[in-house]
Design a protein around this ligand. Structure first.
Ligand code: 13P
Ligand code: MG
Ligand code: MG
Length: 390
């Protein structure tokens, strides 16, 4: 069968600030997901939160961008919003940016990552005898937060020794999206290893370019899907950070979980954090972690699943970052965070002005810029046509 995995994720309200959804919201979304399984809309579903973002993971046979799947998630988020409002929670409905999207909800606020593939597991299937995948969910960070770790996991043998194996030695194709282009999905396809430096040249800019998909060059199969959209480009104003999700198929023809998660040991600096305006390290955390750290701290969770021949998720899941090994990384992330916080608002500690463009910070800065004058009292010489146009 052709199986689709979908994650749809939204921040629709949280307790005591931008921390976590309340239990009643989670229960309602879980209940809706159970109903969707019973009705046959989806084969399986699983609900979690990372910080204040609720993620619905689903398996189904309806393909990506399916109206039924997207509308189901949207309605579940609406219900959770109503619960958030009734309890007076913060930011109720924050990521639901349009009134009632028809069809798929890409571009309407929630983060979406979907991957479709032929699913015929079993010993006879030499390429994919078993299907396993990981779901990544991040809070308090921009859409390019995965650029570095996912690139390293799929393109650098220093992190993924498996790249030297026959199934992977030809490398992977990266689809990179230009998130500044709001006319549509503007994509470039680049191949690792030969385009390594070109890919790096784009991905170093986490605020503009993001990995959208990754494909195996040996088998043509899609390995990963990442939500790479900027909320402020959609909303025209700052509403919250983009907080990306990703689906990454693993093992066999793809990197193994340990190869994919090892780059997260860097706790690399990303844009986001408090008011979506700072630069702080990305801390790997167990699922269902609230954001209560010192000055937020961007968070990422990573859960693993297997899929049976009918498309059901394994009876249990694995929570990759819920392991004492990651405590060392968490301590390191916190130390890196405090180091950065020690310089407060100065320079690299906050995002550049262009990234604050739509936020309240800009209002403060432009209000001051308007009051600048030359020291001799001379007013800036404005060309006549500009003066009248203003
Ligand atoms: P969220 O995007 O997770 O709501 O966070 C917004 C924010 O400003 C945190 O300080
Ligand atoms: Mg929030
Ligand atoms: Mg959030």
């Amino acid at each position: 069968m052709k199986l689709t995995l979908s994650i749809l994720k939204a921040d629709v309200g949280s307790v005591g600030g931008h921390t976590k959804p309340n239990d009643k919201m989670m229960d309602a979304v879980r209940q809706d997901t159970e109903t969707a399984i019973k009705s046959g809309l989806i084969i399986d579903g699983w609900v979690s939160h990372t910080g204040d973002d609720i993620a619905i993971l689903m398996s189904h046979t309806r393909g990506p961008d399916d109206t039924g799947i997207h509308q189901f998630a949207w309605n579940a988020f609406i219900k959770a919003t109503e619960i958030a409002s009734s309890f007076g929670l913060y930011g109720a409905g924050q990521d639901l940016l349009v009134d009632a999207p028809s069809g798929n909800i890409r571009g309407a606020g929630p983060a979406v990552a979907e991957v479709e593939f032929d699913h015929e597991p079993g010993k006879g299937n030499r390429v994919r005898p078993a299907e396993s995948f990981m779901m990544l969910a991040a809070d308090k960070c921009g859409p390019g937060a995965y650029n570095l770790p996912i690139f390293l996991g799929f393109a650098d043998p220093m992190y993924c020794g498996g790249l030297m194996l026959p199934n992977m030695v030809q490398g992977f194709t990266f689809h990179i999206i230009d998130m500044d282009n709001t006319d549509g999905d503007s994509i470039i396809e680049l191949n690792a290893p030969e385009d390594y430096y070109r890919i790096a040249a784009l991905l170093r800019d986490n605020e503009r370019f993001g990995i959208d998909r990754i494909y195996s060059r040996t088998h043509g199969q899609q390995a990963a899907a990442i939500s790479a959209q900027r909320l402020h480009s959609i909303a025209g104003t700052y509403t919250g950070k983009d907080d990306p999700v990703a689906l990454v198929r693993n093992q066999g023809i793809f990197p193994a979980p340990e190869e994919l998660t090892s780059p997260f040991a860097k706790a690399h600096y990303v844009g986001g954090d408090a008011r979506g305006s700072h630069v702080m390290p990305l801390m790997p955390v167990p699922i269902n972690t609230a954001v209560t750290g010192i000055y937020c701290l961007p968070l990422v969770s990573c859960t693993g699943f297997s899929v049976d021949s009918e498309g059901h998720f394994s009876d249990s899941f694995v929570d990759f970052f819920d392991n004492p090994a990651w405590d060392v990384v968490r301590t390191r992330a916190q130390e890196k965070g405090m180091e950065m916080r020690s310089q407060g608002w100065s320079g690299a500690a906050m995002l550049p002005y262009t990234e604050l463009e739509y936020g309240g910070f800009r209002t403060t800065v432009t209000g001051l810029v308007d009051q600048f004058m030359f020291r001799n009292g001379k007013v800036e010489d404005i060309p006549a046509e500009k003066a009248t146009a203003d």
